[in-house]
Design a protein around this ligand. Sequence first.
Ligand code: ATP
Ligand code: MG
Length: 607
Amino acid sequence: MSATTTAPAGTADEDETRLSRAQSKAVRQRSLRLLGDLMRPHRKGLWLAGVLVVVSTVAQVAGPALIATAIDTTLVRLRDHGEWGPLLMVGGLYVVAAAVAGLSISGYVRTAARVSQGILLDLRRRVFRQTQRLSLEFHESYTSGRIISRQTSDLESLRDLLDSGLTSIVSGVLMMLVTGVSLFLLDWRTGLVLAASLIPALALTRWFQTRSQVYYREQRTASARVIVNFVETMTGIRAVQAFRRERANDVTYGELAEDYRAANARAMGLNGIYSPGLVLIGNVTVAVALLVGGLRVFHGDLDVGVLVAVLLYVKRFFGPIQEIGMFYNSFQSASAALEKISGLLAEEPTVVEPAKPVPLEHARGHVQLRGVEFAYVQGRPVLPRMDLDVPAGQTVALVGATGAGKSTLAKLLARFYDVTAGSLELDGVDVRDLSGHDLRRAVVMVTQEAYLFSGSVRDNIAMGKPGATLEEVQAAAKAVGAHDFIEQLPYGYDTDVNKRGGRVSAGQRQLLSFARAFLADPAVLILDEATSSLDIPGERLVQRGLQTLLADRTALIIAHRLSTVAIADRVLVMEHGVVVEDGSPAELIGGEGRFAALHAAWRDSLV
Ligand SMILES: Nc1ncnc2c1ncn2[C@@H]1O[C@H](COP(=O)(O)OP(=O)(O)OP(=O)(O)O)[C@@H](O)[C@H]1O
Ligand SMILES: [Mg+2]
């Protein structure tokens, strides 16, 4: 693939630690583009924040200069001439400067918060929309743990940067510049002392940055591992408990959490050296400035007021350095996060919407496969070549050994994947030319998992047809034989299926998803092992419902249980991706083939 030499596509190289120079550049540009995109709607807010931060910095820096004036000029005039006016005026100016600084800082913080929260909201929505939009193929390889860490810890580090990091860096850098310049203007000799002190301060900061880069990267990886492990364990909690994996998992998770703790501790330890180190350098500089300045005051070379102002400036100069050092960390982790998020956002669905969809208002359900080939992985075909014609309204049962490719065929039909070669047509239109909307209305697939969302039974059934009335929902439930058990639930149709007491059994869940499909009323219905959890009487009951459900539509039923197959018009037996038998149930049972053997074995097992 060319992805190794040119711009990396999407999430493919997310776990790569070493990227070529061209690749890192491409990744960086991708995240910068995303950042630019996100900031564009907030241009006004950003300008306002910029102006406010300049105003606040100037107002804050004015303080010491005013104090110097007060001490050296106005106090002297008060002492020598008894003039109160100048002192009061300088005092007044000081109060005004303090008020302006306070107000502009408050305005700045609020503007910056509004902008950063707006950006995060936008990004959060984009990530959600994108993950929901991406095809099944993506989700089958990109685990939910990773998606969760994109949505949680990555967005969190961006939030850190935008909320506090950016504020402190902008005001910090500006403050240092203005303070430094003011100091030189006021007294260049102390300016030189300050410049000298910058050497150890910068060396310390450099040391901190190189170390912390490593530690923070470790910290991020460790945190992602903790999340992924946690999500996987909890998703598989049934298997975990069934196989008594708790203790082993405890150990694994404990180790990951310990790694995370250690990484955090290392990063914190670094801060424990850096912060006091800077405070020390700052204090030594103040002491040197005081000593040098004090001697000069003693010799009458320097005014006391200037000395006080100079000391205040020096002290103020060191605050931002620490913030800048810290900023580097949050900048590092935020840019790594942004790289990952921009990769996710750059993913394109493998199943794409057609540019010019062919409208299909009322599908009849004629399904045709012409020379269909399919492989999940290049070079390993699951369906080598398949031709199939299912007339509208036919009920087809698909049987075959596990791994034969039955679900794969179903997923192609529902267009969760696209065929590798050949074409799959619905009413003479290639499914790739149908809009997602038309296709989803025409083809509905019900699987074994029969997923229920949080909410009432009624909401869950009504998903099949948004805006369905209670009567319609009940009619659908009755048609598939779900009405009786729903009535027995604590709150009937209003029972919350994911709350304690409202939980339903696996078979009941399947009945609910039948009702949902019935209400959706598609032209083509696919049931992939969707009857597997029903008991025999349950299945009988459902079989009656099934017959109503299947009437007047094309259906593809995948079932291991042969009793379900009996209601089909046609049976396809699949083996290694190839249809090896094709005929009515009676024909196949009467024949000599695999289905006949399968059926005989099944009948014997019932006796
Ligand atoms: N997402 C996937 N990526 C790669 N290979 C896959 C994927 N899903 C299925 N396969 C492979 O494709 C083949 C057919 O799988 P499929 O799920 O269609 O079988 P099936 O007939 O439905 O089996 P079962 O009766 O067990 O459900 C199997 O060999 C399987 O390993
Ligand atoms: Mg299957």
